[in-house]
Design a protein around this ligand. Structure first.
Ligand SMILES: Nc1ncnc2c1ncn2[C@@H]1O[C@H](COP(=O)(O)OP(=O)(O)OP(=O)(O)O)[C@@H](O)[C@H]1O
Length: 228
């Protein structure tokens, strides 16, 4: 479905702490994403998980290496608050996001009432997003992405926000979506979520893949490494 071949990513930085102002985030990372699987990506803060998702979504170009996506397949990144136009209402943002994720205008219009209902935003759906709390923004972002269809869903930490009731509902909805014919890459710091949702896990550290395979096994190795 999608393959990373020897992908490296460097960021230029003004800080002198990195090698000559270059921060090497990913170093020749290669893996394949298979159709209908849910692949988890785990690792410490700042190791490059979000960066990897952004490369897979085509938002960032790798410094070296290649990303091959099967022709005609769309990948969409689901993150909180990214891309909201804050002066527009929740409804207009939902419409825009749905269309950006490949829905036609008529399809997007058809989604709006479902998005309003699932997100439980009520009358706030018609208010500008700049008046929303973080939890309200996450409800809008999550619901919009949940209801639109993409071939590869790239999910970045979206299940960790919102209040307990919405989180439970979001997890359940994500589970249903994943159990169907959906290819997913899932970044999360929650072991329970990764174990519940993922078929396979990749553990990233120091720019490289440190472990790969069965979620339970890889998570145990990752957790043990943190205690050293
Ligand atoms: N636009 C940028 N310019 C410079 N450095 C960046 C940029 N984006 C990310 N970085 C750096 O790249 C590294 C990887 O960041 P990334 O957000 O991918 O990590 P992460 O594994 O998703 O972290 P977390 O678990 O905290 O969300 C970090 O050290 C970060 O500071």
């Amino acid at each position: 479905m999608l393959e990373l071949k020897d992908v490296s990513l460097n960021f230029r930085t003004s800080r002198g702490t990195f090698d000559h102002g270059v921060h090497h985030v990913l170093d020749q990372v290669s893996f394949k994403l298979y159709e209908n699987e849910t692949l988890g990506i785990i690792g410490r803060n700042g190791v490059g998980k979000t960066t990897m998702l952004r490369i897979m979504a085509g938002i960032l170009a790798p410094t070296a290496g290649e990303v091959d996506t099967r022709p005609g397949k769309t990948a969409s990144l689901l993150t909180i608050g990214l891309g909201h136009k804050v002066d527009l209402s929740g409804r207009d943002n939902a419409m825009l996001s749905a269309m950006l994720q490949g829905a036609t205008r008529d399809e997007a219009l058809g989604f709006l009432e479902q998005i309003k209902e699932f997100s439980e935003l009520g009358d706030s759906f018609e208010e500008p997003v700049k008046t929303y709390s973080a939890g309200m923004k996450s409800r809008l972002g999550f619901t919009t992405a949940l209801l639109t269809r993409v071939d590869i869903l790239l999910v970045d930490e979206v299940l960790s926000v919102g209040d307990a009731a919405f989180r439970q509902k979001a997890e359940q909805a994500m589970k249903e979506r994943i159990s169907g014919e959906q290819t997913v890459v899932f970044v999360s710091h929650s072991d329970a979520q990764v174990k519940a949702l993922c078929d396979r896990v990749i553990w990233i550290d120091e720019g490289k893949i440190c472990g790969e395979g069965e979620p339970k096994v890889v998570i145990a190795k990752y957790r043990a490494s943190l205690k050293k």
